[in-house]
Ligand binder design. Structure first.
Ligand code: FES
Length: 104
């Protein structure tokens, strides 16, 4: 079971945006949507752009390079829902945003 790691404080990620954080050996994109936080693998599986820099709308982030769209809630690739990128549990404890990522 992965342990939760603090990546940011509440307020560090503006609503409707994402930020990338290194957790263990992974880069994780954490998104803030109306007080809820979601975390998926930051690296776009197409060519590795940072999904945290993408535009977020309707709980989907569009990759900043070629526009592939992923659901921030669970990492589903919206254009082919059989495929997912990794998503991670997120919680807020004492104003700290924490993400649980398995160590490889
Ligand atoms: S790198 Fe993300 S869609 Fe191409």
């Amino acid at each position: 079971m992965a342990e939760f790691v603090t990546v940011a404080k509440v307020g560090d990620i503006p609503n409707g945006q994402g930020r990338a954080f290194v957790v263990h050996d992974q880069i994780v994109a954490v998104f803030h949507l109306d007080g809820q936080y979601y975390a998926i693998n930051d690296l776009c599986p197409h060519q590795g752009a940072s999904l945290a820099e993408g535009h977020v709308e309707n709980q989907m982030v569009s990759c900043p390079w070629h526009g592939w769209r992923f659901r921030v809630t669970d990492g589903t690739w919206c254009d082919n829902p059989r495929i997912k990128t990794d998503s991670y549990p997120v919680r807020v404890e004492d104003g700290q945003i924490q993400v649980a990522v398995e160590q490889s």
